[in-house]
Design a protein around this ligand. Structure first.
Ligand code: 5CU
Length: 353
């Protein structure tokens, strides 16, 4: 059998050491608690009260040690990962400018030391749009960072808040990628009683779908046509519902929406990870936005296999295994483009080092 093609993983998370210290010092969610000699992570809304996970999830050095990230990559034939700080970023801090700068410097140092295996996305003090715009200017000067990851709440009023226009303007000016990722879930009250599965499987993509829909309908991509934005988890359910959105906007005689084009057409200007778990989902996304806008991702180190921590790095993980199989089903051209060709071009990644 031939060796698997080298992949570029554009959806891979890390909690830098400085961020871990921040979480360890807190006594409300998000935080890290020590239980029975083991660190447990409580980050999701209500996770401290959720007995289905026996209070939080175990967290080990796979979340911050670059050697373990690279061990996972080697195990799964991933040549390069574009690592991003994981949720909830700095959403819980009002005055996060200085710590964002420090963590972004840490991200650059970590990537620079990786011998070409790691590139990064920084984080933003997003509750302060002016500070976030300034931070994007600093990120643009860090050679291994390609943009920044954000959640869906912005400065507290969602991503269609006009106060965020200065953030989009800065990202557009510097040609940086903004990676939009869920954290809070949407419709959680209708999803309770089944552990984390419903929040992660449904609440997360619903949240992403609503956030990107509002951005589109609010006209952000008319005002900033050069804004580069990557949407997590294959776009949530927005690609699936895009034609319905067009029909409902067109069918509303009193719609406040004033766009140059129909809403779904803006999806063709966005980028997506390929974390859709089935070929039919990816085929649908490809037909809507074009294969050239989709890039392989794993979500590592979330969704680990159920083995001892010491065995994690040598065990095959579900997400990379299933997504490689899905890409094979899509045929060799799509497979190569999504596995690494698109990320090379879109994020300027050199696979030859
Ligand atoms: O399992 C989880 O909680 C998560 C999370 O918080 N963030 C993420 O990106 N994937 C899974």
């Amino acid at each position: 059998m031939s060796a698997p093609l080298a992949a570029i993983d554009v959806h891979s998370h890390v909690y830098p050491g400085r961020y871990m210290s921040l979480l360890r010092a807190r006594d409300t969610v998000p935080r890290i608690v020590a239980r029975g000699g083991q660190d447990r992570m409580l980050i999701l809304p209500g996770e401290d009260a959720d007995s289905s996970t026996s209070v939080g999830r175990p967290i080990g050095s796979e979340y911050w040690d670059p050697a373990r990230k690279i061990a996972f990559m080697d195990r799964h034939a991933i040549a390069v990962s574009v690592i991003s700080p994981a949720n909830p970023w700095l959403d819980f801090l009002a005055d996060a400018g200085p710590v964002a700068t420090e963590i972004n410097e840490d991200m650059e140092t970590l990537c620079a030391a990786s011998g070409g295996r790691l590139y990064g996305l920084g984080l933003l003090p997003i509750r302060d749009p002016a500070a976030s715009a300034a931070e994007l200017g600093r990120i643009a000067g860090l050679p291994h960072l390609r943009g920044a990851v954000i959640g869906t709440t912005g400065a507290g009023k969602g991503l269609d808040d006009p106060a965020l226009d200065q953030v989009w303007a800065a990202a557009e000016r510097h040609g940086l990628m903004i990676f939009v990722h869920p954290h809070y879930g949407l419709g959680n009250e209708a999803l309770a009683g089944y552990g984390h599965a419903t929040l992660l499987a449904l609440g997360f993509p619903f949240e992403t779908t609503a956030a990107i829909t509002r951005l589109i309908l609010g006209g952000a991509f008319d005002r900033f046509p050069g804004l580069r934005m990557m949407v997590a988890h294959a776009g949530g359910v927005l690609p699936y519902l895009a034609a319905r959105l067009d029909a409902c906007v067109a069918g509303d005689a009193h719609s406040p929406v004033r766009l140059r084009h129909e809403p779904s057409s803006y999806l063709r200007g966005l980028y997506f990870d390929a974390i859709g778990y089935q070929a039919a989902t990816l085929a649908m996304l490809m037909s809507l936005v074009g294969v050239e806008r989709i890039m392989f991702g794993t979500d590592h180190p979330f969704f680990p296999p159920h083995v001892e921590n010491a065995e994690l790095d040598s065990t095959e993980w579900h997400s990379p295994a299933v997504h490689r199989a899905v890409l094979r089903e899509l045929g060799p051209q799509a497979e190569i483009a999504i596995l690494n060709g698109n990320a090379k071009a879109i994020l300027c990644i050199d696979l030859s080092t």
